[in-house]
Design a protein around this ligand. Structure first.
Ligand code: AMP
Length: 394
């Protein structure tokens, strides 16, 4: 943990450039989900209360280095003001005179939002000149955008080398939770990797087999492993061309002493739709597809949870969007939540579909930590260095 937190910085009378991720969904010109805005309020409030001027740097959409009016952060400003309960200033450019003018008029405790950093081509190129122009606006840099930390951009990476820098509260919470789950975890550690395809999670599986004690493989990607072991998968989603890769992962797990758990029974149906007629089998019929793990598989996973101290979860165990193929995901999630509530388990989960699945199971609030970052969470699980975090470490 080589980074500093807000507590280590003096904000009184200073202008703090705070990188946030407020890339929120907009419907009919209004923010439809303010979760990301609410998540950065503690950092904004801390700096404002400490007498700092809060200048927010953020991206919105993918304007690809051009000014695209539909991707202006001006449309996020009202939701930010509502969440904060305080007016928020706005500058029509994130650098140069427009930004300087607005910042010069700020009082300690004020908050200003600068226009989309990605309107400048230098942002995604991690351009030193853009970073210098941004850094010239303030005296302290705070990164509270963990979900953008896997990208080396001017406002997430280069700028951190130019000013005294620290992590905001959300970044701090993410890093602490991830460190507890995979850095220096309490053992045994169990990881669940589910979801559609092995091909999108190869690096993840490769990293985890060397680091966790139990690896539960579920969802569509389990089919690829079952097929690689010579088991029938019928018409299931399956990447047959990755059979060799799957066998290599299984062999590596044997070397590292990581116990792999594949489904031992399967819920199969003839079509991918809600309430499709289904049955529980051990061998998938040739004309059926696997859509969920069966009750015996769920029982086996629960047993693993009963001895584990740490759980890290990415990806559903089945086609969780369509009942009843959400049953295994729900049952396992509920058990993890129970063990967490009882103080037996540290449970960390992340990734878009995983958060949706845990919300659907109604237990997300019982997990120790749910990461709101998709790509950054996955890259962290893959064992990659996140440039935005590394830059804070000096
Ligand atoms: P991912 O984005 O890789 O985490 O994958 C999540 C998606 O995998 C969800 O949309 C699930 O419906 C899908 N999925 C999980 N299990 C299966 C399965 N057995 N067959 C087809 N799709 C699945």
């Amino acid at each position: 943990m080589g980074w500093k937190s807000l507590d280590a910085m003096d904000f009184a009378g200073k202008t703090a450039l705070v990188r946030v991720d407020i890339n929120v969904p907009i419907e009919n010109g209004r923010v439809s989900d303010a979760t990301r805005i609410k998540a950065v309020l503690p950092t904004i409030r801390h700096i404002a209360a400490a007498g700092g001027k809060v200048v927010l740097l953020a991206h919105f959409g993918r304007p690809k280095g051009k000014v695209v009016p539909e991707m202006s952060l001006a449309q996020v400003r009202p939701a930010l003001e509502a969440a904060l309960g305080h007016p928020v200033g706005f500058a029509e450019d994130c650098i140069g005179l427009p930004a300087k003018r607005v910042i010069a008029a700020m009082m300690p405790g004020d908050v200003t939002l600068l226009e989309n950093t990605r309107f400048h081509p230098g942002e995604e190129k991690n351009d030193p000149e853009l970073a210098a122009a941004l850094a010239a606006l303030g005296e302290v840099y705070v990164n509270d955008a963990f979900s953008a930390a896997h990208r080396a951009h001017a406002s997430t990476e280069a700028i951190a080398h130019l000013l005294p820098a620290c992590a905001g509260r959300l970044m701090e919470a993410e890093l602490k939770a991830l460190e507890a789950a995979l850095g220096q975890p309490e053992r045994p550690v169990v990881a669940i990797v589910g979801g559609a395809k092995v091909s999108t999670k190869l690096e993840l599986l490769g990293n985890l087999v060397g680091r966790v004690d139990h690896l539960v493989i579920g969802g569509g990607m389990a089919n690829t492993f079952l097929a690689a072991q010579g088991k029938p998968v019928g018409t299931s989603l399956c990447e047959h061309d990755l059979a060799e890769t799957a066998r290599t992962i299984l062999a590596r797990a044997q070397e590292t002493g990581c116990q792999i758990h594949l489904p031992v029974d399967l819920v199969v149906a003839h079509e991918f739709r809600e309430n499709a007629p289904h049955q529980v089998v051990t061998d998938c019929p040739a004309d059926a597809m696997i859509l969920d793990a069966g009750p015996q598989s769920v029982a086996a996973i629960k047993l693993v949870f009963d001895t584990a101290r740490t759980l890290i979860w990415n990806g559903p165990l089945g086609a969780f969007e369509i009942a009843p193929f959400d049953a295994a995901t729900n049952a396992v999630a509920r058990h993890a939540a129970e063990r967490t509530r009882a103080g037996g388990l540290i449970s960390v989960a992340g990734g878009g579909d995983t958060v949706a699945a845990l919300n659907r199971a109604g237990i997300a609030q019982d997990f120790t930590y749910i990461s709101t970052a998709g790509g950054a969470f996955l890259e962290w699980m893959e064992g990659k260095v996140l440039p935005g975090v590394a830059a804070l470490e000096g």
